[in-house]
Design a protein around this ligand. Structure first.
Ligand SMILES: [Zn+2]
Length: 309
């Protein structure tokens, strides 16, 4: 299985356009001991010929342009991107779909509730279905295992398993609308198994670490894990106000109930933090927080990384 990390930051990217926190300011000044990052985008393939996108980031157009494996190959319109799997209706995960609207045929896999939000409540997404040969929407469900065959590699299918993680829809969905939807369809993690048995765990938004999640992470060879915030009160520390990490659906890295402590015993060969918010001190490679994650065997994803498992 080939895995591309085309972007590794949380929503807003790093630096974020309207943020002058110490991280963003120093990065703009050119003195930051760390790297800029586009918004999280991952692509997977069994053969490097056809690619599956895990979510569709707002930076997707430039992320495709910067990677020749994702460019059209024939002397006509086309794409090696066969499908997109959506883990939620969060804007950071779906806005890139609007950049794929050029009358291209591909599949979008999402829960029924996520599809209702996008297709029934937000008319701009109808641009993906202006002609009959455009996007095919496919229902997925929590706990479902789905085998996906790449058109060019029929004997090397992936098996994807979807894990329900939350009962909250994005804040732009009204409470009334949320009450009409199926709560367990709001946020998924994905475990991808290759034909050879290698397992990738993709969990960029994790509101809480429970026994069910631990079981999935324990069996994974490579983990892409929610690294949004270092501390639960990080936004309050940096901005003087705001919600806690847990209030907006992210387990922080530090603390007694944080990721570092709770996931200490995992056997994965690579444990990688993704979806890193611009306020997170781990972005600064001279901090003790960055050293702490490295010493605990974790890596901080960088744009352009490619893994094979
Ligand atoms: Zn910032």
């Amino acid at each position: 299985m080939h895995v591309k990390i085309l972007g590794s930051a949380a929503g807003g990217g790093f630096p974020q356009w309207n943020c002058a926190c110490p991280n963003c300011r120093l990065l703009r000044e050119g003195t930051f001991p760390g790297k800029a990052r586009a918004q999280l985008q991952v692509a997977i393939s069994s053969d490097r010929q056809s690619w599956i996108l895990l979510n569709a980031s707002p930076d997707l157009r430039s992320q495709i342009n910067q990677d020749s494996d994702l460019h059209p190959r024939a002397a006509k319109r086309g794409t090696p991107i066969t499908s997109v799997f959506l883990t939620s209706a969060e804007l950071d995960q779906v806005l890139g779909l609007l950049s794929l609207r050029e009358f291209q045929s591909f599949r979008v896999y999402a829960t029924r509730s996520v599809q209702k939000i996008l297709r029934e409540d937000n008319s701009v997404f109808r641009t993906l279905n202006r002609v009959g040969s455009q996007v095919s929407w496919v229902d997925i469900e929590p706990n479902q295992k789905l085998t996906v065959t790449n058109p060019s590699a029929e004997r090397e299918p992936f098996q994807l398993e979807f894990i329900a993680l939350s009962s909250h829809f994005p804040t732009y969905v009204s409470p009334e609308r949320s009450s009409q939807l199926c709560a367990r369809e709001s946020l998924l993690g994905i475990v991808v198994a290759s034909a050879s048995g290698a397992r990738l765990a993709y969990f960029p938004s994790v509101p809480a670490i429970d026994a069910a999640l631990l079981k999935h992470l324990t069996s994974a060879d490579v983990i892409l894990m929610d690294g949004t915030f270092w501390a639960d009160d990080e936004l309050i520390q940096v901005r003087g106000e705001g919600p806690t990490a847990r209030q907006i659906g992210h387990v922080p890295i530090s603390g007694d109930d944080g990721t570092l402590k709770r996931l200490k015993a995992l056997r994965a060969t690579r444990k990688i933090f993704v979806h890193i918010n611009n306020t997170n001190p781990v972005l600064n490679e001279s901090t003790q927080q960055f050293r702490q994650i490295c010493e605990a065997g974790w890596e901080l994803a960088e744009d352009g990384w490619e893994l094979t498992l």
